[in-house]
Design a protein around this ligand. Sequence first.
Ligand code: ATP
Ligand code: MG
Length: 353
Amino acid sequence: MTKIILTGDRPTGHLHVGHFVGSLQERVLLQNSGKFDEIYFMIADAQALTDNAENPEKVRQNVLQVALDYLAVGIDPQKATIFIQSLIPELFELSTYYMDLVTVARVQRNPTVKAEIQQKNFEASVPLGFFCYPVSQAADITAFHATHVPVGEDQKPMLEQCREIVHKFNSVYGETLTEPDIVLPSNKACLRLPGLDGKAKMSKSLGNCIYLSDDADTIKKKVMSMFTDPTHIQVSDPGHVEGNPVFTYLDAFSKPEHFAAFLPDYANLDELKAHYQRGGLGDMKIKRFLNEVLQSVLGPIRERREYWEARKPEVVDILKEGTARAEAKAAQTLSEVRAAMKINYFENDNLLK
Ligand code: ATP
Ligand code: MG
């Protein structure tokens, strides 16, 4: 079976460490595994506009920033196609046909849509385009016949809804679309990285992020001011590691070699956690360690980002070539869809008889 990856990011800001552990790092591993026939990474500008209609400049300016973040984490344009969503008109035609296969009530029940409507304070004024984004996401995935979609846990309901659309389409029009599987990070702490403020999700829209492009000083300041366990007041107090984002970040990022290099008093994270829970371990010491860990992971990413920042015209060429390749693929799928729906009237003499 052909194995195809599709996933993407909204250009609503620079990418952050939540994206890194939730999706980017997995993508790079899959990309380099040599097990995939085609790989597509989409900069979802049209989707970003659904809840940023009054902020088109923000979306436009972040297209190149997301591309830079991709290249910085090791996405390789020789192995993967990076493209811009709004330049692929086929995606929007597919969305139109899929909208007929989904009820309003079904989208209303989508837990991610519900949560985001609340988070964005849309309540009674949800933009229609935003409301429909699970359907357009199904178009993005199926246009490439994606079999594997590496995303964070918040995207699970989107994948479920996509699979329903695939079933419905195939049962009405015959086997045409490919059912995708979600690829979640195996490390639990990476499924949904919390924000610096301890909120459930690090998110560009919530401003609680460490960005891949942050400089070393900014990272340190952010780590040092992170929310921890509010009941852990004196160093001698026993502390909580659950719901304490400093420990969640260590779960997501730290490796035994980081202990050897930066905190040799402890062999691993379990020992550090046990000491914190017993009491006698101050937050500052753990934050200093987390800072060292993050600096060692993010330093090389920042260097690669600087390399590409100095070569922006090349990055634009990468996007241009990728977008052309992606459009050819989406056009092929759209013609399969039109043929299955028997609306390719002028290609088949029998259809208008
Ligand atoms: P926005 O606030 O504009 O929606 P976002 O920070 O949620 O931005 P997206 O572009 O919507 O970012 O998400 C891109 C990818 O990163 C998705 O696969 C999503 O699941 C994943 N992701 C986003 N935030 C996190 C997080 N905090 N932890 C793990 N994965 C995440
Ligand atoms: Mg999001």
